[in-house]
Design a protein. Sequence first.
Length: 231
Amino acid sequence: MSDNEILRMKGIIKDYVLGSGTSRVLKGIDLTVDRGEFLAILGPSGSGKSTLMNIIGCLDVPTEGEYYLSGKKIADQDEASLAQIRNKEVGFIFQQFQLLQRQTAFENVELPLIYANMPEKQRRERVREMLEKVQLGDKMEYFPNQLSGGQQQRVAIARALAANPTILLADEPTGALDQKTGAQIIELFHQLNEEGRTIIMITHDRHIAEHASRIVRILDGELSEGDLTDA
Ligand SMILES: Nc1ncnc2c1ncn2[C@@H]1O[C@H](COP(=O)(O)OP(=O)(O)OP(=O)(O)O)[C@@H](O)[C@H]1O
Ligand SMILES: [Mg+2]
């Protein structure tokens, strides 16, 4: 494993049991991601993107294959260490933002830091810093339903970044946004990547994918590298 490598998958298979049979959704995925990359995983609906994202983010385990994240072999971890790896290594961003509706922007961003046992004073500073980073310093006390879609997604990004994860993992981050607002989110990703953050973005939209510095395509549970000419 090279020094720069933060993620390596080899022969990842995911089967779902359906009634009497099984359905193979990931068919032997090999993928290596280096620190500082901005990777897009591009594929149509049903190709296995979210299934793959859940495995990358340690929300689910593969049926077969090897997965190393930050040098740790994921299959060897028990549920408690898996939860710890998830909290420390991965910041999740979802299409539908997944904010807690009854908590303010501030409280939403604060939550992962409470889980991480960060002391209160430091925590409050960190939340402020993150919300300012996504240009929401003036909306900290707003609830999600008082914010626009793009603003809600920026709160979600601040939350994902709060605990300083190794990877930012985004599943269709612009899928619920209009084009202009989506472009602002992509611009923010660019900025974060330039600051050194590793980003893995999952999308079905090649125009969105083209903003990444590397693209892999997923089709029917199989990955192929780059080149969009016949996408
Ligand atoms: N829990 C499950 N049980 C059985 N089959 C599943 C399960 N989750 C996903 N699948 C199947 O796996 C395939 C891939 O699903 P997945 O959600 O990964 O696709 P996707 O690429 O994220 O699609 P979309 O762009 O629509 O979100 C689909 O055919 C789906 O029916
Ligand atoms: Mg999906």
